[in-house]
Design a protein around this ligand. Structure first.
Ligand code: F0G
Length: 458
């Protein structure tokens, strides 16, 4: 007999207390933080769904491995462990360790890019776009048309629009294309997966035009889960074999290991081409560290080598994807508009539809982020006009294309009862949705304002 309840496939050996707060205390803390949850101290947060990056709980095997850390400057045993693991996973001969994903991005994209160069992606993550634009290049998002449809159950809304990719390469000329980047899963596109068929087609187009194909693979294990369960030819392969097949299509891979590496810090750049690896290694040594540690200590590399194995375990991935879906499906059944199907690492709520009376320039997503904190101490992040809204040359407000709130689930950290609590908090929020009010920005920095802006409730 198969049971329906999805249990956490681990026992808890070490615990970290979280402190309960009253609604009055939360109102005070949020006021002190200028209504920007990024400015809240973490001990004032009950359930922290700000990000799934670097927030994983490590296993006892990982903690044990850390004691084996070899901290030699060059040629450490821990580097060999790290290299063997990443080399086996990616099949790429050149591996550059970095302290996190954006360091690998900066090295590769500053080398490939430059004025007049183009990068195409299913959707560039913010730091990816920032690194590309900083190098003088242009970053263009080419998500598949189904990505805009929040309600249908189309299985691979993270795919790239391959027709648009062909047209764009024709338009800007292949020699000006620095790289094509496939982000798996597509974080900024709702955490939706990319199919192997789409990756294969993107690879073929890149090969035809002799353009480098890069995999941004920070959630590649979660993506493999969706492929195995939604793309029939893959149901007999293991999750790791599916990921290996995806890497085999690419020329390079950048990874923020802070996600599917099940660790708190780390990244890598993996390359097939020897000359490119040599050039990137020089950049690595200038800013990150020697080629056998990058920005990492030996103990970090040990924990990563174990994490990259554990993340592909079938019981773990099943629990991971099912618990994200559990949260998303329950709040959807309650009437909360979400991006559907639910993605791998996060639930994305459509705040514009939840609060239709709050116009984009009064930030419905920010209103929801604040309401979730006030109602139950839940911290989430706005992905809408606070993050991506702009002012045009005449000073007119230009709204972001969507007003979302992301609830990202740290890996192996919260239990089902924590999620049941979050679902109850949504129950409270939906009851008072008509009273929700917008926000006004009272202070903002020139770049990446969502991190530090101050707000006032209207
Ligand atoms: N690529 C993707 C798809 C990401 O989601 C991130 C980080 C990065 C690259 C950069 O990696 O943080 O290690 O430098 N995403 C985090 C998030 C911050 O909350 O989604 P990093």
């Amino acid at each position: 007999m198969e049971f329906k309840t999805i249990i956490e496939p681990f026992r808890i050996k070490s615990v970290e207390p979280i402190r309960m707060t009253t609604p009055e205390e939360r109102a005070h803390y949020l006021h002190e933080a200028h209504h920007n949850p990024f400015l809240l101290p973490s001990d004032k947060v009950l359930i922290d769904l700000l990000t799934d990056s670097g927030t994983s709980a490590m296993s006892s095997r990982q903690w044990a491995a850390m004691m084996l850390g070899d901290e030699s400057y060059a040629g450490a045993k821990s580097w060999e462990r790290f290299f063997e693991e990443v080399n086996d996973l990616t099949g790429m001969p050149h591996i550059l360790p970095t302290h996190q994903g954006r360091a690998a991005e900066r090295i590769l994209y500053s080398h490939l890019g430059g004025t007049g160069k183009y990068f195409f992606s299913n959707t560039h993550f913010d730091t990816t776009r920032a690194n590309i634009e900083f190098s003088g290049s242009t970053a263009i998002d080419l998500p598949c048309p189904e990505a805009k449809d929040y309600d249908s159950d189309i299985p691979f809304k993270g795919n790239m629009d391959t027709q648009a990719l062909r047209e764009q390469i024709q338009k800007v000329k292949a020699k000006n294309v620095a790289a094509v980047i496939l982000t798996v899963t597509n974080n900024s596109g709702g955490g939706q997966p990319v199919s192997m068929a789409n990756a294969r087609e993107v690879a073929a187009i890149c090969k035809q035009h002799n353009v480098p194909f890069v995999l941004d693979c920070c959630r590649v294990a979660e993506n493999a889960y969706f492929i195995r369960h939604r793309e029939p030819e893959y149901e007999h392969l293991s999750y790791r074999e599916i990921a290996q097949e995806m890497f085999s299509l690419a020329d390079a891979a950048v990874m923020s290991i802070k996600k599917d590496g099940l660790v708190n810090m780390g990244g890598f750049l993996a390359l097939r081409n020897h000359a490119l690896a040599e050039a990137c290694t020089n950049l690595l040594i200038i800013t990150e560290g020697f080629a056998t540690y990058g920005g990492l200590s030996g103990r970090d590399m040990e924990a990563i080598a174990v994490g990259l194995e554990e993340v592909f375990e079938a019981d773990y991935l099943h629990y991971r994807i099912r618990s994200t879906a559990y949260l998303g499906e329950r709040i959807r059944a309650m009437g909360i508009p979400v991006i559907f199907p639910i993605g791998g690492h996060a639930v994305y709520v459509d705040a514009a539809r939840l609060y239709p009376h709050i116009p984009p320039h009064e930030f419905p997503g920010q209103a929801l982020v604040c309401d979730l904190y006030l109602a139950g101490g839940v911290r989430s992040v706005e992905v809408g006009s606070v993050m991506f809204g702009k002012y045009d040359a005449k000073g007119q407000f230009v709204a972001a294309p969507q007003e979302l709130v992301r609830l990202a689930l740290p890996r192996r950290v919260y239990t089902q009862s924590h999620l049941d609590y979050v679902i109850e908090v949504f129950g409270a929020v939906i009851q008072t949705r008509e009273q929700a009010r917008g926000y006004r920005i009272t202070h903002e920095p020139p770049f990446l304002r969502h991190f530090t802006a101050h707000f006032e409730r209207l």
